[in-house]
Design a binder for this molecule. Structure first.
Ligand SMILES: *[C@@H]1O[C@H](CO)[C@@H](O)[C@H](O)[C@H]1NC(C)=O
Ligand SMILES: *[C@@H]1O[C@H](CO)[C@@H](O)[C@H](O)[C@H]1NC(C)=O
Ligand SMILES: *[C@@H]1O[C@H](CO)[C@@H](O)[C@H](O)[C@H]1NC(C)=O
Length: 446
């Protein structure tokens, strides 16, 4: 194991232990309709939550990435296209255009006969070669009988609460949609309390999201939701959970396929199940944000509007924080060690509001590293790993949410910095104490 991974693991362990100790006691959650998880055990400061501006932090010396390894991902610099695509941080890269641009939407009807699906470990960033990626735990994603199957099994290690927890996965489109219609025929995997099946449209940064979720607490109910600019590293008390909608479907969604559709337009969002509208939201009726939208010259609304990827996922909400468990149902049934929960997608149909803006070359001229080559790629300060963590990282062994419900400390981007800060704080406090005692004893004995 590479040294940085070992250090990472030690810090992770420190962090998890601290978290376990400061787990808050049961609260009056059941009396409220607020489904937010309990506050994060360690109150984050705004400074801690902000990504480090202009710094690719694990790059030797920090700062922005150098020209020969121009793309910053998860704090590391490289000229590997995987670092330059999804998750690439423009501000911390050599140039903002070192990162590939967001690939724009194209209309597809995918029946999962032979989908162009890559794992995030092998995805080369090219949306002309791949329509979908598995974002982590690729082993649990398969194509069988022309269906996309994303399964969740018991994780090898208990979670940070010391409870056994399932490890699922997420499959995302490689392209971003900004308004449009997405229809998917899905059989949920929510056959036990706690199992969350998700079909969502999501942009992690800024954090816009529109979703369908079925939770195992009631697999006959469709939950709909939307979020506006709530990045995963935002303090959970600032996330607006009040937009949840619930619709009884009078059918068990884990037993049969149904059509779920999100129609996301500049002025409204419709959620449909089996072609029946179950909910609508008008932009003009959402809350006001601060500031004026230069595009319209009107007050900005708290309405999702940024280009977002379409995702399917399954995760275990029943064994994590109390708020999430109360929402998803608990405990998740892991009484049989080989138990498997599986969301299946028969097809997905994507109709873009702005379709067909294709350049046919990737990355488009002016983007990416100055020299695009076939590898091996250069990642300074590290061995040239063939199997590095471009998303499929060790953190996902523990952290498998795909949701704003995921509290700030579940954001892998924050785990190492938080761990480092805490480690550093311990060292500083320890050193000060030792020095103080030595001084005291010197005073006494001299
Ligand atoms: C918002 O727009 C919709 C559709 O255009 C309209 O029916 C509705 O009355 C509007 N609501 C408000 C508060 O203006
Ligand atoms: C394609 O996208 C680019 C960049 O967003 C834009 O400048 C251009 O007008 C678009 N072309 C078409 C045909 O929509
Ligand atoms: C990684 O590979 C590149 C290209 O082969 C090489 O120039 C570089 O020295 C290697 N870096 C390390 C740290 O081994």
């Amino acid at each position: 194991m590479a040294p940085h991974l070992i250090v990472g693991r030690i810090l992770l362990l420190t962090l998890l232990l601290t978290r376990a100790q400061s787990e808050p006691a049961a609260s009056s959650l059941s009396t409220t309709v607020n489904l937010a998880p309990l506050p994060a055990p360690i109150a984050p400061t705004a400074a801690m939550l902000k990504p480090l501006e202009g710094s690719c932090r694990y790059h030797p010396g920090g700062g922005t990435c150098p020209e020969n390894a121009p793309c910053c991902l998860n704090g590391y610099c490289s000229d590997d296209p995987r670092y330059c695509s999804t998750g690439c941080e423009p501000k911390n890269s050599w140039k903002e255009s070192s990162c590939f641009p967001q690939a724009f939407c194209s209309n597809i009807h995918e029946d999962f006969h032979q989908p162009k699906l890559a794992s995030s470990k092998t995805f080369n960033g090219n949306p002309y070669q791949y329509d979908f990626t598995t974002d982590y735990n690729a082993e649990s994603v398969s194509i069988q009988d022309s269906k996309l199957k994303i399964s969740m099994k018991l994780d090898r290690i208990p979670n940070s609460y010391g409870r056994p927890q399932g490890l699922g996965s997420v499959v995302s489109t490689t392209r971003f949609m900004q308004y449009g219609k997405v229809k998917a025929r899905i059989k949920t995997g929510s056959s036990s309390p706690g199992v969350v099946s998700a079909f969502i449209i999501r942009n992690e940064d800024p954090g816009d999201e529109i979703d369908f979720e079925v939770v195992g607490r009631d697999p006959t109910e469709a939950q709909t939701n939307f979020y506006y600019r709530t990045p995963p590293d935002m303090p959970t008390d600032l996330i607006d959970y009040s937009n949840t909608g619930k619709q009884p479907l009078n059918t068990n969604t884990a037993l049969d396929f149904h059509d779920y559709e999100i129609e996301w337009m500049p002025e409204y969002i419709l959620w449909k199940v089996d072609d029946k509208v179950i909910r609508h939201v008008f932009r003009n009726e959402t809350k006001d944000d601060v500031g004026i939208d230069p595009a319209t010259d009107h007050i900005r609304k708290r309405y999702p509007s940024s280009p977002a990827r379409i995702q399917f996922g399954i995760w275990d909400g029943g064994q994590g924080s109390e708020g999430t468990a109360a929402w998803a149902g608990t405990p998740t049934d892991w009484s049989k060690p080989d138990q498997k929960y599986e969301i299946q997608v028969d097809y997905v149909d994507i109709q873009c509001y702005y379709p067909g803006n294709e350049t046919q070359t990737w990355p488009p001229a002016g983007y990416g590293p100055t020299k695009i080559h076939d590898g091996p790629y250069f990642t300074p300060g590290q061995d040239n790993r063939s199997d590095h963590d471009t998303g499929d990282s060790l953190y996902n062994e523990q952290e498998n949410g795909v949701h704003p419900y995921v509290a700030f400390y579940k954001n892998p981007k924050l785990m190492i910095p938080t761990g480092c800060l805490m480690g550093l704080a311990l060292v500083v406090v320890g050193t000060v104490e030792v020095v103080r005692r030595r001084r005291l004893s010197k005073v006494r004995w001299s």
